[in-house]
Design a protein around this ligand. Structure first.
Ligand code: UDP
Ligand code: MG
Length: 313
């Protein structure tokens, strides 16, 4: 029986403090999964060094020499978490892929369940956090608000799922058809389709090192998520343009009416008319431009028009 070639992709940015532990834990996991015949002997750990300034790459190189599971890719500079994940996914050959953060805050024990679901025919398995007790009050609530906002803007996300997931080879290939550069993976993956399911786990605290996602990066990441996935803000300009220009028109009529019916201050009526007319029309025109930008936005993404699941020919 052919067992699955698994590749675990681990992005690393300045992770020297935790990396030796991570390598040990993941290697032990692979050995035990191989013993249980859930995965093949060719399975591997692919560490993607995302332009670390510390000893991260040295550790990976050294481990690669003595541990056959350990493979490494080093990027020319710091490109960011999402880009590092893609570099790992697109340069590695395997039957299925699991992406996980280097700090192992996500529970590696559910990797076994992910592979079982893959064997059951699921091509995407999302790791979903049960509760967020280990997060600060702020991180918990800001995350919740983010999911609500994205839903409102029409972007489908799996709640409480970050980038801990299993993808089949086919799912990764389909994902590579999404040519957009502003990649927000957790919104792209649901668009790939195929049979998918969730596994649930508790997320732990980071054991060593510090978070590589400080508030500033978190906000930029959220903004990127919105601006690269939703044209709703642009449509809102058109909507408010129509609304405001209608109101302005009514106000203008009233101004003219007032001019003829009660004595108004000299210059008031003409000024009011000009202001209301042009403010209405400006926002309306901005909305029209926005609509074109929205279509360009969709066109330049160059997303696949369809992805075939089965084909009986
Ligand atoms: N990471 C990366 N490049 C970056 C920032 C982060 O490859 O520019 C990696 C980091 O090494 C870790 C993962 O992305 O493996 C998630 O980062 P972290 O655990 O610091 O985020 P948090 O869990 O605090 O949200
Ligand atoms: Mg972390």
């Amino acid at each position: 029986m052919k067992t699955t070639d698994l590749a675990i992709i681990i992005p690393c940015f300045n992770e020297e403090e935790i990396l030796p532990k991570t390598i040990k834990k993941l290697s032990d996991l692979l050995s035990s999964l191989i013993k249980k015949e859930l995965i093949s002997k060719n399975s591997k750990l692919v560490f993607v060094n995302d332009g670390s300034k510390d000893n991260t790459w040295n550790i990976i190189e050294k481990e690669h020499k003595k541990n056959t599971f350990v493979k490494g890719i080093s990027l020319s500079r710091n490109f960011g978490h999402q880009e590092a994940l893609l570099a790992g996914l697109y340069t590695t050959k395997a039957d299925c892929f699991i992406t996980i953060d280097a700090d192992l805050q996500d529970d590696i024990n559910v990797i076994k369940d992910m592979i079982k679901q893959f064997d059951n025919g699921y091509e995407i398995v999302y790791g979903v956090r049960k509760k967020r007790t280990t997060d600060s009050f702020f991180k918990r609530n800001s995350a919740l608000m983010f999911y609500k906002l994205m839903k409102l803007l029409g972007v489908e996300l799996v709640s409480n799922h970050a980038d801990f997931r299993l993808l089949s080879k086919r799912a990764v290939e389909a994902m590579s058809e999404f040519k957009e550069k502003n990649l927000f993976l957790r919104a792209v993956v649901p668009l790939v389709g195929f049979k998918s399911t969730n596994v649930y786990y508790d997320r732990k605290k980071r054991e060593a090192g510090t978070t590589k996602y400080p508030l500033k990066k978190m906000i930029l990441f959220a903004l990127k998520g919105v601006s690269s996935f939703s044209a709703v803000p642009l449509h809102l300009i058109t909507l408010s343009g129509v609304l405001i220009s209608t109101l302005s028109f009514i106000l203008m009529l009233w101004t003219i009416f007032a001019y003829f019916n009660h004595s108004t201050i000299v210059g008031w009526a003409s000024l009011m008319s000009v202001i209301t007319f042009f403010s209405g029309i400006t926002i309306l025109f901005m909305g029209i431009i926005g609509e074109y930008i929205a279509s360009i936005f969709i066109e330049v993404k160059n997303r696949p028009l369809y992805i075939i699941d089965k084909n009986l020919d």
